[in-house]
Ligand binder design. Structure first.
Ligand SMILES: Nc1ncnc2c1ncn2[C@@H]1O[C@H](COP(=O)(O)OP(=O)(O)OP(=O)(O)O)[C@@H](O)[C@H]1O
Ligand SMILES: [Mg+2]
Length: 450
């Protein structure tokens, strides 16, 4: 079965005999495995590769078995853990299970028992993967658990059950198109086309023909008749991206279609009834544009019956690592490699960066890192320099002014090698004030030896 290949087993045992028995059983059944004889090695394997099942002796010599189980539970919550022991004591068994092991086998091992325990865990793994898949289908491939993204998913569900026009607002790369597709495919229109159109890409001279189609010979060069976007999207959804860039002419035409629910094909006197839902998206401040007279107010209200705002990534920091993980799994499959591990520093930098290009920027970065950094560990030094810089100089919106002042004074003092006169000059305060601040913030005053 396919899962045999995708389930990876780590065997930890310092007894050669048991190790051989376990590995030969796994090998005979076609499982992929790594075998080690110490906890230290096991931790390295766990940190650098993906493991689904660990079969570990509880008494491996370099760490107490229980501590190792606790370590695995704390750091790799999805692992299946099967423990083995020579010491058939019920108290031990209870403790091992309490710490998070999933099963317990008594040595000397019996091949059949071992295999059936492994198969049980395999079934659990398959079930868990199915559940994960189903959950991700329910969220329409939109990854994230932050309040911001859960709110968006709720709105998608509401929007899918109505037929009203939807406006999706959000910065570039936040996932607006993903949201538009999700609404379409969750709606009754799913079997009909979803037609994405970028409003900036329609040449003004062909506007009407592109939107409504034309008949043969409608204008010079129109040798054949052609369907417009509204006809292509009939019964389905027309997704007008970058609606904030729609020209005044286009705005006028859209308004008429929405009001009359019919279009006139270029070169024909025929009007055609249409049944197309319109979802629009923009990264511009449309209300501001309406106030400035750059966007028609009447059209705005027609488009924004349902208003969905996709928050920027920096406002849902909880999603950053989940998304990074998701993209890593996505790209690693193409590269046929084990996923690398990010160091704590690198993860911290990812979390603290402002992501002006939002999810798209994160997706591109992960792809680039996987290709450029061939090593199994990705560290801060592998990240682009602008990200490292931002980490060192991050501005946490929850910090107090005093905190920031103290940090700034520290970094200026570092720059001047502790010279207070120069530091005070840079800071634009006198030495006395600087001394007071050093005291206030408990910054060691190197010159006076405090
Ligand atoms: N929550 C998410 N989960 C998974 N992938 C996401 C998520 N948000 C965005 N993406 C991915 O990020 C990329 C950018 O998303 P999308 O094109 O939908 O953004 P956009 O808001 O339309 O951007 P733009 O304003 O630049 O057109 C896509 O590859 C998309 O699949
Ligand atoms: Mg887009």
């Amino acid at each position: 079965m396919k899962i045999h290949k995708t389930m990876r087993v780590l065997v930890v045992d310092n007894c050669r005999e048991s190790l051989n028995l376990i590995t030969s059983t796994l090998e005979a059944s076609g499982f992929q495995f790594t075998a080690v004889t110490s906890v230290a090695e096991a931790i390295r394997v766990l940190e650098f590769t993906r493991v689904d099942l660990v079969i570990s002796e509880t008494m491996v010599h370099d760490m107490k078995g229980l501590d190792f189980i606790r370590y695995m539970r704390d750091n790799f919550s999805d692992l299946e853990i099967l423990t083995t022991t020579f010491n058939p004591c019920i108290d031990d068994a209870i403790r091992v299970i309490k710490e998070g092991a999933n099963d317990y086998l008594i040595k000397p091992l019996n091949v059949d028992q071992l295999l059936s325990a492994v198969m049980r865990m395999k079934s659990k793994l398959i079930r868990r993967r199915q559940i994960q898949e189903e959950t991700s289908r329910k969220s329409y491939g939109i990854i994230g658990e932050s309040a911001g993204i859960t709110g968006v998913i709720d709105n998608i569900e509401k929007a899918a059950s109505y037929n009203a026009n939807v406006l999706i607002r959000g910065e570039s790369g936040t996932g607006k198109e993903l949201v538009a597709r999700a609404i379409h495919y969750a709606s009754e229109r799913a079997a009909s086309p979803f037609v994405p159109v970028n409003c900036t890409a329609i040449p003004e001279s062909l506007l009407e023909s592109e939107l409504f189609g034309h008949v043969r010979g409608a204008f010079t060069g129109a040798r054949d008749g052609r369907a417009g976007f509204f006809q292509i999207a009939e019964g389905g959804t027309l997704f007008l991206d970058e609606i904030g860039d729609a020209s005044p002419a286009m705005q006028g035409k859209l308004l008429r279609v929405i009001e009359n629910k019919e279009i006139q094909i270029v070169g024909s006197s025929r009007v055609q009834k249409i049944n197309t839902r319109i979802i629009t998206a923009t990264n511009k401040d449309l209300i501001f544009m309406v106030q400035k007279g750059l966007f028609r107010e009447d059209l705005y209200y027609r488009l924004v019956v349902i208003d969905i705002v996709v928050p920027p990534l920096r406002e849902r920091k909880e999603d950053i690592l989940t998304l990074a993980h998701h993209f890593m799994n996505k790209f690693i499959k193409e590269l046929r490699r084990d996923p690398p591990r990010f160091t704590d520093g690198a993860l911290e930098a990812l979390k603290n960066y402002r992501w002006p290009g939002n999810v798209r920027e994160l997706e591109n970065l992960i792809q680039r890192l996987l290709v450029i950094v061939g090593r199994p560990v990705i560290d801060v030094a592998d990240l682009p320099s602008y990200m490292r810089f931002q980490m060192e100089h991050r501005v946490d919106p929850m910090r107090t002014l005093a905190d920031m002042e103290a940090e700034h004074i520290r970094s200026v003092l570092q720059l001047t090698g502790g010279n207070k006169t120069r530091a005070a000059n840079i800071l634009g305060i006198d030495r006395k004030t600087l001394r007071e601040k050093l005291k206030k913030y408990c910054i060691p005053d190197k010159e006076s030896g405090n």
